[in-house]
Ligand binder design. Structure first.
Ligand code: GLN
Length: 195
């Protein structure tokens, strides 16, 4: 039995919770999705999802509550979407608290402001998806010496999905579609890690 914690601090949390439950059902595995707010709850998770929202706010609370320490100490795999992608990186173009567990730097608002939000077909590991981009970030750079980093998707020459070890950062919002495949991909990573 594995537990996937949806970090419930700010942003599109309930959508992630619903789609994670659906992904677990589709996979037919022994797993649960729970909402987590504090470090001790996060410590009991096998994987954590950080939603989109405002990365400055989420990052500040992550630090204040010691959630970053628990994730790092227990090497808990994290899947971050949009603001979650910003937080996974070690650097961004703003001065803000980060979780910093992937060797990537992230450019916030890379596709423009809220009014420039858009949907676009994208491809990840050879499969077609609908990418929903809402004031989305993109990858600025990553440490090319790290062999465990894998680029998963690009759009208009911008990297919009990347994985390092069991951590996955994507710039768009699969939780705003009915498509569970990316969540299933993350849950498989968590299962591999828990073995
Ligand atoms: N622009 C937000 C940030 O960088 C992310 C937007 C989102 O999560 N939809 O924090």
């Amino acid at each position: 039995m594995i537990t996937i914690g949806i970090l419930n601090l700010q942003g599109a949390v309930s959508e992630h919770y619903d789609i994670t439950k659906k992904a677990i059902e589709n996979m037919g595995i022994e797993a649960e999705a729970i909402s987590v707010r504090y470090a001790d709850e996060v410590a009991n998770c096998d994987g954590v999802i950080i939603s989109g929202g405002e990365s400055t706010v989420i990052g500040k609370i992550i630090k204040e509550r010691g959630i970053d320490k628990v994730i790092k100490d227990n090497k808990i795999p994290v899947f971050g979407t949009c603001a979650g992608m910003v937080l996974l990186g070690k650097k961004t173009d703003f001065d803000q608290p980060l979780l910093g567990i992937m060797d990537i730097s992230v450019k916030r608002n890379a596709f423009g402001r809220q009014v420039d939000s858009f949907e676009s077909p994208i491809s990840i590991l050879g499969e077609d998806y609908l990418g929903v981009f809402i004031r989305a970030p993109s990858l600025d750079d990553y440490d090319k010496t790290k062999e465990d980093i894998k680029v998963l998707s690009e759009l208009d020459d911008e990297i919009v999905a990347i994985q390092q070890g069991h951590n996955i950062a994507i710039a768009f919002h699969p939780e705003l579609t009915d498509d569970t495949r990316i969540h299933e991909y993350f849950i498989k990573e968590v299962l591999n890690c828990a073995e």
